[in-house]
Design a protein around this ligand. Structure first.
Ligand code: ZN
Length: 209
């Protein structure tokens, strides 16, 4: 359960009726915390005050992570709320409730993935190069977003969190793990991902042993 205690650090407030609600930076749950392996619950009412609280906490925590060079998204399970809600920055920031991938195109690509729950580690994974994601916004409206390359990978990463799946579970190829310090020394951002290649057909050269 997501138990909201009086936060140590607060960055704002809003009201539900006469109740003042403090916005809070939550502790980011780290690899090994069982909540990261939760199969997250569907959200029945995206417009409810309880969901708004989690969404605001997620935004606050995400913005705090940015000060330390955090990534492009965060899932509710990473702040201890196992519900199907993510905060993500694509063209702009968005809160996605009950997101699901409804199309994955025909190509995959390789990507050195990272996660706020194990920020010192990069993991090479194979993801769909193109996805279409359907979700609800905080008013309950159904929306769709289409993304390619790193943005598509980010969506898949955050949606995987909602199934209790982490990038380390998808590690592929020879030597797929790299500490950030070593990655910074031996790789470059240009090499963060491969070109797309057909999912059906010869394996990517990285996987031909
Ligand atoms: Zn993550």
């Amino acid at each position: 359960m997501y138990e909201r205690i009086l936060p140590a650090r607060c960055s704002g407030s809003w009201s539900v009726g006469s109740m003042l609600v403090l916005m809070a930076i939550r502790k980011v749950r780290l690899l090994g915390d069982p909540v990261l392996r939760s199969k997250c619950n569907l959200v029945d009412d995206p417009a409810s005050p309880a969901i708004r609280i989690v969404a605001d906490d997620l935004l606050d925590t995400f913005e705090d992570l940015q000060k330390m060079g955090g990534g492009g998204g965060l899932s509710a399970s990473q702040i201890g709320a196992p519900i199907q809600l993510i905060y993500i920055v694509l063209e702009g920031p968005a809160v996605m409730v009950n997101p699901e991938i409804v199309d994955i195109g025909a190509d995959d690509f390789l990507y050195w993935d990272s996660c706020a729950s194990f920020s010192n580690l990069l993991v090479r994974v194979q993801r769909a190069f193109h996805v279409v994601v359907r979700y609800q916004d905080l008013e309950g409206k159904t929306c769709e977003v289409e993304a390619e390359g790193p943005r598509a990978q980010l969506l898949q990463h955050e949606i995987d969190h909602l199934d209790g799946l982490l990038a380390i579970d998808l590690a592929l190829g020879f030597d797929p793990f790299c500490l950030r310090e070593e990655w910074d020394e031996h790789h470059s951002e240009e090499g963060r991902h491969s070109e797309p290649y057909p999912r059906i057909g010869p394996a990517h050269p990285e996987f031909r042993f």
